[in-house]
Structures are given as C-alpha cells and as structure tokens.
Design a binder for this molecule. Sequence first.
Ligand SMILES: C[S@@+](CC[C@H](N)C(=O)[O-])C[C@H]1O[C@@H](n2cnc3c(N)ncnc32)[C@H](O)[C@@H]1O
Length: 223
Amino acid sequence: MTGIGTNPLVAHGYGRGVTESDADRWDTRYRQADPPARLSPDPLVTTLSAPGTPMQLSAPGTRLRSSSSGAPLRVADLACGWGDNGLWLASQGHDVTLIDVSRVALDAAAERAEALGVEVDTVVADLAAEAPPGPWDLAIVAHYLERPLLGSIHRSVAVGGRLACVIATETTLERHERPGRRFVLDRGELPSLIGSPWEIERFDEDWRPNDAHEAWLVARRIA
Ligand SMILES: C[S@@+](CC[C@H](N)C(=O)[O-])C[C@H]1O[C@@H](n2cnc3c(N)ncnc32)[C@H](O)[C@@H]1O
C-alpha cells in the first residue's frame, strides 16, 4: 500500500491545498464513529459490473475490466469517506486511489483495505480546491456535492473513461433532514453540472433501497 506521503500524486504537489478547518471538521466526525464492519458499496457501483451495463464483465464472477483494453481500471474514489466503493473495486482487481479531505477517514480506509487483503493508494486533498490530476478510467463521486468539481472532473478522466455519481436530490428532504439543502441536487440538475464532454449512459432519479432519493449517473468521456 502506498503511504499518504509517498503517493505519486502527493509527490507532484497534489493535496497541498487542504484547509485545516475542512479537514478538522471531518476528522472529528470520523474519530467519533467506527468504520462499518462490512463493505457496503453503492448499488450503482456494483451494477457497473453487471452484464449488459457499459462496463460489463466478460462473464459473471470475473473481474470488471475496461472494455477497450481488458486491463484493470485506474479508479479514483473521490471524497471516499470509509472507502466502501473504492475498496469494493479494489477487491475486484482495480487500481484504486482513495481521496478525501479527512486523513482520519483515509487511515481507517487503509486499515480496512489491509484487512481485506487489497492494495489502495490514499491521498488527502481538498476537492473543493483542486481536482485530482488523473487520468482515471473511472472516477466515483458518491454522496459528495461540489458543483465546480463536477464541472471540471472531465479533465481528470481519460477520454473513454467514466464518471459514476450517486448524489441525493432535494426530494430526499421530504423524508430526511440530512444531508441538508446545501448538499443535495435540484431535480434533474446533475447532467447539466458535468457539461458536454460526456456521453450520458445512465441518468435516473428515484427512491433507492436506502430510502434516499438519489440521482444516479454514469457518463463516458467523449471529448
Ligand atoms: C457524506 S461523506 C461520503 C463518503 C463516501 N463517498 C460515501 O459514499 O460513503 C462526504 C465525504 O466528503 C469528504 N469531504 C468533504 N469535504 C471535502 C473536500 N473539500 N475535499 C475532499 N473531501 C471532502 C468528507 O471527509 C467525507 O468523507
């Protein structure tokens, strides 16, 4: 496992823009909780590997592959938190970098990776200040709404690579107080945030099994 200080992104200066206030706030939250005992990736992420989806498996049970090259994907799990999505993809054989503003969350995610016997890179960075350089074959944004990041993330994704987003919409507030108005999308908003360098392969909004109303989007970078 690459340590936080030795990660190539960090060596090139990525992550220097982390502000203490953001990091402290999230570190405190993560210190007050225990990491989940089980991996619980978002259903959108696990369905990316299902037959008939854009990044389909060659056969059930085999590893998710880049359809063009057959190689493991370079994956960034952005604002990864405990890292469930990235760790699940690492367990499928992909080269995963977990990025978050909270070092506490990343340390916990790294411990979970070790327990699972998978390797991941971890990078502390403020995604509100700087997008990760990439290039990634798959960037995941789950439960983290930073509109400027969504508008610029194509620069971090290889042409032909994909973006997968799971973000609650305002409708979720009809049933839940959290995550709060600032952290939810307007209905139908997500495609307009990512702009035109993408071909949208999936976009739908609905009540999900977790009882949240979420926008799910998968897009392929075409320009
Ligand atoms: C609601 S959690 C979602 C975590 C994870 N993606 C998931 O789906 O469980 C939001 C995450 O965003 C991270 N975060 C908040 N502000 C950030 C920032 N400016 N840069 C990077 N990560 C940030 C937090 O540390 C936290 O882990």
